[in-house]
Design a protein around this ligand. Structure first.
Ligand SMILES: [Zn+2]
Ligand SMILES: [Zn+2]
Length: 191
């Protein structure tokens, strides 16, 4: 039996596995955001409009490919089925539990206030980084050498890059959070 789900924006019906759980409240940290089940085009549109509204800066690590569901003992593991935003000022709290060393290392990769978009020369709020930033695993350490692909991008050019990967890799997120309110980091994760 195939379960289906309605996209809350366009109202069309999709298989349950092809719906994203979009959350711009960042698990309730910013109540002015919203939580919506969205199809891919609607999620990408919403993600872009969140980027355009965002005033801060972010280190955005390219989403990792999602491997098929696997079972480990009795647990179902869905590798990298989430793409989350971590507000810098919350990263050391118990909810997130990043070490100060990790936070300091990431902070070195924020674009400066004067940074310009590599593609269109608008203000660049984002550093779009290869997952080699953390050796292709958010559970690893930050690569402090800076020796990996990085691009300073504006909101629109970042949204283009993000959309392209999501569509090309056929990614579906059980949790997807855009950057909101404050400086932070975007990364693949598992939920
Ligand atoms: Zn839709
Ligand atoms: Zn641009």
């Amino acid at each position: 039996m195939n379960k289906t789900c309605l996209c809350k924006a366009c109202g069309k019906e999709f298989p349950k596995g092809e719906i994203h759980q979009f959350d711009s409240t960042i698990r309730g940290n910013y109540p002015s955001g919203m939580r919506l089940a969205l199809c891919t085009p609607c999620m990408l549109r919403q993600y872009r409009s969140s980027l355009l509204a965002f005033k801060g800066r972010a280190v955005v690590i390219q989403p990792l490919p999602q491997r098929p569901l696997k079972r480990v003992l009795f647990m179902r593991v869905k590798p990298f089925n989430a793409y989350q935003f971590y507000p810098l000022n919350l990263m050391s709290t118990r909810d997130y539990n990043f070490s100060q060393e990790w936070i300091d290392a990431i902070s070195k990769y924020f674009p400066s206030e004067e940074a310009r978009c590599k593609l269109c020369n608008a203000r660049a709020q984002y550093n779009w980084c290869s997952p080699d930033l953390y050796y292709r695993s958010p559970f690893d350490a930050v690569n402090t050498s800076g020796n990996f692909e990085q691009e300073f991008l504006c909101s629109n050019c970042l949204a283009d890059r993000f959309s392209k990967i999501v569509c090309r890799e056929g990614l579906y997120f059980d949790e997807v959070q855009p950057p909101v309110e404050t400086d932070g980091m975007c990364s693949s994760f598992e939920v």
